[in-house]
Design a protein around this ligand. Structure first.
Ligand SMILES: C[S@@+](CC[C@H](N)C(=O)[O-])C[C@H]1O[C@@H](n2cnc3c(N)ncnc32)[C@H](O)[C@@H]1O
Length: 244
């Protein structure tokens, strides 16, 4: 199985929805690099197949990263793609479980990062995850969240949506979400992980909670961060960085 191929194909699929994804990752890595200054420990929340982890390790080669995600298929690709890389560990965790961070190793991190994921959590869960993240970070640690954070002015937000829709249509040579899942489901080696995924999510309704950046800034600050601000933005897509 060419695991890196599937990671790349995942990236191309995600970029169909997020044409400036790589730019937002660059902003994220730059910020973490400044905060950890070389060595350090980072947590990649809802890591998928390890896209953010890959960029972090490229930009900060001495970083140690723990990736957590609930999806057995994406984690299997991550494990395969990073092979024996001793800087990385993958852990299966559900952020909706209040104890998801109870047995994380290490117990404290210099940076926590996450991309295109936390909007899948319900409001009450997200608020608790923000507090969990604050507790996991050392003082002076950094939290970076890249996600859909719609602009509050509908006209501006709609303008962005049109631009993104045009890009989506123009990049039909890439998988969309369903196409990617259909393609991976043809890989025999994934059979068990796909069956497990189906058992877990089969009947689960996908939840979407997407408040504006001002909501995130307020609640991240309340969770125990001394500052929180927008690091990068393209219409409804934003990267928010917070300092503990
Ligand atoms: C759109 S993907 C983004 C993955 C990766 N961060 C990236 O940018 O490529 C959203 C991720 O959130 C994960 N996720 C959703 N709900 C979760 C939960 N309750 N606990 C852990 N991970 C979750 C999914 O499994 C998926 O990997």
């Amino acid at each position: 199985m060419d695991w890196k191929f599937w990671l790349r194909r995942w990236d191309r699929q995600q970029e169909r929805y997020l044409p400036f994804r790589e730019q937002s990752f660059n902003a994220m890595v730059q910020c973490v690099a400044e905060g950890v200054r070389g060595r350090g420990r980072a947590l990649d929340l809802a890591c998928g197949c390890g896209s953010v982890t890959e960029r972090l390790l490229k930009g900060i080669p001495e970083l140690q990263v723990v990736g957590v995600d609930i999806d057995p298929v994406l984690l299997k690709i991550a494990r395969g793609a990073f092979g024996g890389d001793e800087r990385v560990r993958w852990m299966e965790r559900d952020l909706r479980d209040p104890d998801w961070a109870a047995d994380l190793e290490p117990e404290s991190f210099d940076a926590v990062v996450t991309a295109t994921a936390l909007h899948w959590l319900e409001e009450s869960v997200l608020l608790r995850v923000y507090r969990d993240v604050a507790a996991l970070l050392r003082p002076g640690g950094i939290f970076v969240n890249a996600d859909h954070m719609p602009l509050e002015n509908r006209v501006f937000s709609d303008a962005g949506r049109r631009l993104y829709d045009e890009w989506f249509e123009a990049s039909a040579d890439r998988d969309d979400w369903e196409g990617w899942w259909e393609a991976i489901s043809k890989e025999e080696v994934m059979e068990e992980a796909l069956a497990e995924r189906e058992r877990r999510f089969g009947r689960r309704k996908t939840h979407e909670f997407m408040p504006p950046a001002s909501w995130h800034i307020q609640h991240i600050s309340n969770a125990g961060f001394s500052s929180a601000e927008i690091l990068w933005r393209s219409f409804d897509e934003a990267v928010l960085a917070a300092w503990k």
